[in-house]
Design a protein around this ligand. Structure first.
Ligand code: 13P
Ligand code: SF4
Length: 305
């Protein structure tokens, strides 16, 4: 079977079995081509609320499939690869939140959506990278405990100067590993290119950027800009996808190492096997956990994020 045959079979099976495929933009191009909806965490959460199919296959990492399940508990939700986790999502023990609340009484606990359902269950509100600033600025509380990404938290703090952001050490091992020296080298190699980076990068890196935003934000910025060259400071697949969409522009990766191995675990054949029912993992969350974790997600949706 070649790629095209596999894609045809996936299209046939999803129609036959009434399955919807959601794919995060970090997935491989051949997966995005067969997905019903693609986008960043925020865009996929919005879509997850209105999907009509009985079964959703989420091509991405575990917290994304859990979020779909929380938003559509009546649906069967399949994670495209059982080993695809996000290391950041598991960085914090939910017990730690209780200790931090005791240290900062009255604070609002804001969780990046890149967290386990267990962690969400003990927080107050979720945010995505594209909605974090909007949601934090709309909260009545001044003291905000922001977990688990201190880099995204620092970006929010800069954009919300009237808030007191309490940050904890944590973050994305892929984005946070990018150094200012790598930025300087990329800018020296491509002096006319604009630099767009994800807020999971450190403040030392985002300080150089012409644009800082979510995956979807970076793509929109690059597509709408009159500039012709861009250095992309998020997963390298985004530079590739943008190159397909904007053939008259040039996209360079900020670093060869900006690759999320977890996001790249799912192959097109894995997706085919998910549709056949022989691969993937059905997301099952205890009812009590669903109820508690859902509060955080509902609050995010209510606040427009
Ligand atoms: P987005 O909110 O941009 O989709 O980010 C998800 C993610 O995991 C980035 O590392
Ligand atoms: Fe998690 Fe980072 Fe991968 Fe995003 S890029 S899924 S935050 S490890």
């Amino acid at each position: 079977m070649n790629i095209y045959d596999i894609q045809q079979e996936i299209a046939r099976l999803k129609k036959e079995k009434n399955i919807c495929i959601l794919a995060h933009s970090y997935q491989a191009h051949e997966i995005l081509e067969v997905a019903d909806y693609t986008g960043d965490s925020f865009q996929l959460s919005v879509k997850a609320q209105s999907v009509e199919a009985d079964t959703v296959v989420m091509c991405g990492v575990r917290f994304m499939a859990e979020t779909v399940k929380l938003l559509s508990p009546e649906k069967k939700v399949i994670l495209s690869h059982p080993d695809a986790g996000c290391p950041m999502a598991e960085q914090m023990d939910p017990m730690r939140i209780e200790q931090l609340r005791a240290l900062h009484p009255g604070c609002k606990v804001v969780a990046y959506v890149n967290t386990t359902a267990e962690l969400k269950a003990v927080c107050d509100v979720c945010v995505t990278s594209s909605s974090a600033v909007k949601i934090v600025s709309s909260l009545p509380e001044k003291d905000i405990l922001f977990i688990p990404d201190c880099n995204l938290g620092a970006f929010v703090a800069k954009s919300c100067p009237d808030k007191n952001l309490i940050l904890v050490q944590g973050g994305c091992p892929v984005h946070a590993a990018i150094t200012a020296d790598e930025v300087k080298a990329a800018k020296a190699a491509h002096p006319h290119a604009l630099l767009a980076v994800h807020p999971e990068c450190t403040p030392e890196v985002t300080a150089f950027a012409d644009y800082v935003g979510s995956t979807g934000g970076i793509m929109t910025f690059a597509k709408n800009s009159d500039a012709k060259e861009f250095i992309i400071g998020t997963d390298n697949s985004i530079a590739e996808h943008l190159q397909y969409e904007c053939p008259d522009k040039a996209f360079y990766v900020l670093s060869k190492d900006l690759l999320c191995r977890n996001m790249k675990l799912t192959t097109l054949v894995d997706l085919l096997n998910c549709l056949k029912g022989t691969f993937g993992e059905e997301i099952v969350l205890p009812e009590e956990l669903q109820k508690k974790a859902r509060v955080c997600i509902d609050e995010m949706i209510a606040l427009g994020g």
